[in-house]
Write a protein that binds this ligand. Structure first.
Ligand SMILES: Cc1cc2nc3c(=O)[nH]c(=O)nc-3n(C[C@H](O)[C@H](O)[C@H](O)COP(=O)(O)O)c2cc1C
Length: 202
């Protein structure tokens, strides 16, 4: 991160798509790096946290520096004057994507995303659904045109990741790259080149 942005918190939002572990690992990684995080967890993200992880929602919230209720539209992230180093929605449901694509600002996650777009700040959406309908695809195009980075959490097999944790960490590492956070969570392509290059004659 630049000297200027390192002073600012990263706004993390978790919504009800499958993949709650992505949000958890983002929070753990930023905490380990000493980066301040402000967190909003949607109601359905609470459900996926319970279903998919061995944590309770309050344990996940405890990983963040500050937490807000998704219904609190008077909380600091609802305001343009609350400056951040960027916002990441991990994971991002199709519902939240649709709301952001249409500027709904119906809850704090949607409002904060809207603020990030209008202020020209980094907004990263780890959108998750499969298969994708034309509506989903059009919404992705719409938010991308408005300045968001659409980053579906799909594994990179070239990285020769062995475990689910490795795959999650790789996705989180690439997401933190997008936010300009310096980290050493992933092995970069150049670092494995000698291993991945085919042997002579093949
Ligand atoms: C276990 C579970 C998994 C889900 N997975 C997805 C998913 O991968 N993508 C998605 O768009 N919605 C998924 N949903 C549906 C969302 O939770 C639902 O659309 C919800 O309204 C999203 O609201 P939110 O964006 O405010 O969190 C899932 C729901 C549950 C209970």
């Amino acid at each position: 991160m630049t000297d200027e942005s390192i002073e600012r918190p990263v706004l993390v939002a978790m919504t009800g798509a499958t993949g709650a572990i992505y949000g958890v690992r983002v929070l753990e990684t930023l905490r380990d790096l000493g980066v301040e995080t402000h967190l909003v967890v949607s109601r359905w993200a609470e459900a996926t946290i319970r279903t998919e992880t061995d944590r309770r929602p309050d344990e996940v919230r405890a990983l963040a520096t500050a937490v807000y209720d998704e219904d609190d539209l008077a909380a600091p992230p609802a305001s343009s004057v609350f400056e951040t180093a960027g916002m990441i929605v991990a994971p991002c449901s199709m519902r939240t994507l649709a709301a952001v694509a249409n500027g709904l600002s119906d809850n704090l996650i949607q409002r904060a995303a809207d603020v990030h777009l209008k202020e020209g700040r980094k907004l990263l959406l780890l959108v998750r659904e499969s298969p994708l309908s034309v509506i989903h695809l059009e919404n992705m195009l719409r938010v991308a045109k408005a300045g968001a980075v659409v980053a579906p959490p799909v594994p990179a097999f070239y990285a020769k990741l062995r475990t689910l944790d490795d795959m999650v960490d790789h996705t989180v590492g690439r997401a933190l790259d997008q936010l300009g956070v310096e980290h050493e969570r992933i092995r970069r392509w150049g670092e494995r080149r000698a291993v991945l290059r085919p042997v002579d004659g093949q």
